[in-house]
Design a protein around this ligand. Structure first.
Ligand code: 5AD
Ligand code: SF4
Length: 463
């Protein structure tokens, strides 16, 4: 279609932003916007932003500098480009963004992006549009389902938001302010979304939410369902072979969820369970509402339910008041749990959060030194975990073509990228692979038996 408008969307930060970006694209498709991968071609540029740490928020402003140049170049060709900021920086900074970056035409928070068409109309009338409300209407009700073509393009593994916001108020974290109070989507709507995805070839669904295991959405029986119940229901959707969920709070690992790790073969034996620190003193100052012992107890219960489980986590180093002893407690927790991988961050003081006001901030040098030591320890555990995969045979879900001709990339149950030489028809299939070799970030293997292609799910058709 010549003359169609184009939208370029760039996601920063978490998986929820990736999901939201897709939904914004779905919302704009009926308005005549096709997605483009290059901002130079776009009539509408959306930066879907992250506010979790200062670095993430600052990245947005440098990106906005680039977008301003693109907008100016287009204007010289007589082409009008709209620049929009969405996501958590939009929510947290609102009109301040326009003051710092006057080329921005539109600011929309994560709870109001279903209003994009109206906001764009406002911009096209020559006004600036800023919407950072927490509207009472459910944005998900206003969002169109993704087209089959869009889902195919996005691949065999998809996110589904089931829960949003957080009521935990960890003292370092902006999420309760940018994403608002904890809310859960009703079971029926999530199931319908999963069915649509499955019909378009999706095999793996990751249920996402800022505090996903606090899920308590309304079930078809009118009662609040747990995440464990929801996982059982989604496992029944034909075509969905793998389930995951993220991100969880250790305090909300309820019994039905732990039992699902024992009872549901589709639920992958991999759990991202952020702990943030191994020191009880720091956990209390963070208002994490759990101790080190509580956390280890949850780990033990999940291991008991699913002995094959592997854990990953998030850590913050240099939280205000963190001493050498506190940090050593974090290092010893890493040894004790033996994570398959983890993310670690220097504490970043965020405006408006209680911890930012604390007096005993840790210097950047100390944070940098601790981060390096922690990452070295995490890397050692991750390398050990990957080493133990050598010679093993396990199921891989094949997702896409690799970088080299004939190479196909899939993922293990533990989210490790696995590369094999195979026919492209295998994309969308799950097949056993014997691991023969490893690099820092990937496993390499050979198909353990020839794969019979299933009929309807060949990804090269259509899209
Ligand atoms: N500083 C550093 N890291 C943070 N995180 C959240 N807030 C901050 C902050 N102010 C980390 C936590 C969380 C992950 C998503 O980001 O580890 O689990
Ligand atoms: Fe932030 Fe997670 Fe704590 Fe909620 S539970 S406040 S999202 S770190």
């Amino acid at each position: 279609m010549s003359g169609a408008r184009k939208v370029y969307i760039k996601s920063f930060g978490c998986q929820m932003n990736v999901y939201d970006s897709n939904r914004m694209a779905d919302m704009l498709a009926p308005e005549g916007y096709a997605e483009t991968a290059s901002p130079e071609d776009a009539d509408l540029i959306i930066l879907n932003t992250c506010h979790i740490r200062e670095k993430a928020a600052e990245k947005v402003y440098s990106e906005l500098g680039r977008m301003r140049l693109i907008k100016q170049a287009a204007a010289r060709d007589g082409r009008l480009v709209t620049v929009a900021v969405a996501g958590c920086v939009a929510q947290a900074e609102g009109a301040e963004i326009v003051r710092r970056a006057p080329s921005v035409d539109l600011v929309v928070g994560p709870q109001s992006y279903h209003r994009l068409p109206g906001l764009l109309a406002q911009v096209h009338r020559g006004e600036r549009a800023i919407d950072t409300e927490f509207p009472i209407e459910d944005k998900f009700d206003a969002l169109p389902a993704p087209s089959r073509e869009a889902t195919r393009r996005r691949g065999v593994s998809a996110f589904v938001t089931v829960q949003e916001g957080c009521d935990k108020f960890c003292t370092f974290c902006v999420v309760p302010y940018t994403r608002g109070a904890e809310t859960s989507r009703p079971v029926d709507k999530i199931v319908t979304e999963a069915q649509h995805l499955a019909e378009a070839g999706v095999r793996e669904v990751t249920l996402i939410g800022q505090n996903v295991n606090a899920y308590h959405g309304e079930g078809p029986d009118g009662r609040a369902w747990t995440l464990g119940q929801l996982l059982h229901r989604i496992a029944d959707v034909p075509g969905i072979a793998r389930l995951r969920y993220t991100t969880s709070h250790p305090g909300d690992m309820e019994a039905s969820l732990i039992a699902a790790h024992r009872d549901l073969p589709a639920l992958m034996p991999h759990l991202h369970l952020p702990v943030q620190s191994g020191s009880d003193r720091i956990l209390a100052a963070m208002n994490r509402r759990h101790t080190r012992a509580d956390y280890l107890n949850v780990i033990a219960r999940v291991r008991d339910a699913q002995p094959a489980i592997a854990f990953s986590s998030d850590f913050i180093v240099g939280f205000p008041g963190e001493t050498d002893d506190d940090f050593d407690a974090t290092l010893s927790l890493v040894e004790e749990v033996g994570y398959a991988g983890a993310y670690s961050f220097k504490y970043s003081a965020r405006p408006g959060t209680p911890a930012a006001e604390l007096a005993d901030q840790v210097t950047d040098d100390v944070k940098a030194e601790r981060l390096q030591r922690l990452q070295r320890s995490i890397d050692r555990h991750q390398a050990g975990f990957n080493q133990r995969c050598r010679g093993q045979t396990f199921d891989v879900l094949f997702e896409r073509m690799g970088r080299h001709p004939g190479q196909i990339v899939g993922r293990s149950a533990y989210l490790q990228p696995v590369q094999v030489m195979a026919d492209a028809a295998i994309i969308g299939e799950i097949a056993p692979v014997t691991i023969t070799d490893l690099s820092t970030n990937s496993l390499f293997g050979t198909l353990a038996r020839p794969v019979e292609a299933r009929e309807p799910l060949l990804m090269q058709a259509g899209g």
